[in-house]
Design a protein around this ligand. Structure first.
Ligand SMILES: Cc1cc2nc3c(=O)[nH]c(=O)nc-3n(C[C@H](O)[C@H](O)[C@H](O)COP(=O)(O)OP(=O)(O)OC[C@H]3O[C@@H](n4cnc5c(N)ncnc54)[C@H](O)[C@@H]3O)c2cc1C
Length: 370
């Protein structure tokens, strides 16, 4: 039986393990954390990633429901800039990270062994296989999937000249509020600050906020209340309904220089290790899931490992490089601070939203039976 090691048991690593198991590989997952699981708050899972999860047999990620109330983009005072329903945009499933992680790992069968508390420190390969070092311990397999996140040890080992993560210039706060609201959610853009929220499939409200600041300054609930406490309803209610100690704060980084290639011999890079992006499109974990789906599909379609891996690289590298770029661009526009530029931005978004609304209405009319 062919053997694989997956380094890292984040969303990307565990999805890859499920995919490899389905193609008949014997998989060992090496995770440095003491326990298998995810922390964090909510995640948007877009239809393309939901489709991959379904393909891999992961059940329970319901199709998105249309929000109960109006959703879209607003100004801090509450005035609508763009209404999602008018332009007919795709709506992602919103789910807690821990719940999604559990739904994926529920699919682990005898084909997957998980070893926690193992920190990978090095990797080498020869014609017959790959050796993964974790301190004194050595693991060997036919294939390694490196899903060890944005600060990937495997990437640093294979691509020592790659500059690695770059700070985006702003930080993110996340929380979960147990509050009953009818608002459909969306994002509100201010000057150098944004606030977004959406209902999770378990009924709670996931919110996130961004603020321009230097890396490493930290922050917590108090800072979010100070920055957003006077923004439109239900933002202050969401903040009041969030336990202060549960608020997460992360400085945001991406891999500004695309990694080329994603595959080196028998080692495939996947997820943030290969293409970490800022969360402005909510697509990082989705891309990791889609990487895992593509890898499994190519491994299933041919018994030649080199061919399968080069097909994986050719499929996933261009798409994800584009997303990294687009996400960075959305972040730059969203984090504008200058009042004149923000006015111009909001005006253009409003006009763009109206045009998109008219086009969407025309399309609906053309498609509706007479
Ligand atoms: C604020 C914020 C909001 C986001 N929102 C969304 C969203 O709504 N939708 C979305 O799709 N994406 C979102 N993302 C992006 C998403 O979180 C990441 O893209 C996703 O978690 C990447 O998964 P991964 O498995 O590739 O890496 P990770 O989640 O980073 O997992 C890497 C794993 O590898 C382990 N590891 C690391 N080094 C080693 C080692 N040396 N040895 C062994 N194990 C190791 C780690 O412990 C970890 O478990 C968001 C990101 C942020 C920061």
């Amino acid at each position: 039986m062919r053997t694989a090691i997956v380094v890292g048991a984040g969303i990307g690593g565990v999805t890859a393990a499920v995919g490899l198991q389905r193609c008949g590989w014997q998989v060992t997952v090496l995770e440095r954390a003491a326990e298998l699981g995810e922390v964090g708050a909510g995640l948007s899972v877009w239809p393309s990633a939901v489709a991959v999860l379904e393909e891999l047999g992961v059940t329970g990620v319901e199709k998105a429901a249309v929000p109960a109330g109006m959703a879209g983009m607003r100004r801090p005072g509450g005035r609508w800039v763009v209404e999602a329903a008018a332009i007919g945009v795709e709506i992602p499933v919103m789910i807690h990270r821990a719940q999604l992680h559990r739904l994926i790992t529920d699919q682990f069968g005898p084909g997957v062994t998980v070893l926690t508390g193992i920190t990978v420190t090095g990797i080498t390969q020869d014609a017959a296989g790959v050796s993964v070092a974790a301190g004194e311990e050595l693991f060997r397999a036919d294939l390694v999937v490196a899903a060890d996140g944005i600060r990937s040890v495997v990437r640093r080992t294979l691509h020592p000249l790659h500059p690695g993560p770059r700070y985006a210039g702003y930080t993110a706060y996340r929380g979960i509020a147990d509050v009953d609201i009818r608002d459909g959610g969306g994002e509100t853009w201010g000057r150098g600050r944004r606030f977004g929220f959406a209902k999770l499939i378990d009924g709670r409200i996931y919110w996130y906020a961004t603020a321009n600041q230097d890396a490493g300054l930290g922050g917590g609930h108090e800072d979010v209340v100070k920055a957003f406490g006077d923004w439109h309803d239900p933002i202050p209610r969401l903040l009041a309904g969030t336990p202060p100690e549960s608020v997460l704060q992360n400085d945001l980084y991406d891999l500004s220089l695309p990694l080329v290639p994603f595959v080196t011999g028998r080692i495939a890079m996947l997820g943030d290790a290969a293409h970490a992006m800022t969360p402005n499109l909510g697509r990082g974990a989705c891309s990791a899931i889609e990487d895992a789906g593509a890898l499994a599909r190519h491994l299933e379609s041919t018994s030649d490992l080199a061919t399968a891996l080069s097909q994986y690289d050719a499929e996933r590298r261009p798409v994800t490089a584009k997303l990294v770029k687009q996400s960075r661009m959305v972040g730059r526009v969203g984090q504008l601070d200058n009042p004149m530029m923000c006015g111009l931005r909001d005006g253009m978004l409003g006009v763009g939203g109206k045009v998109a609304g008219l086009l969407a209405r025309r399309k609906r009319m053309e498609q509706s039976p007479v």
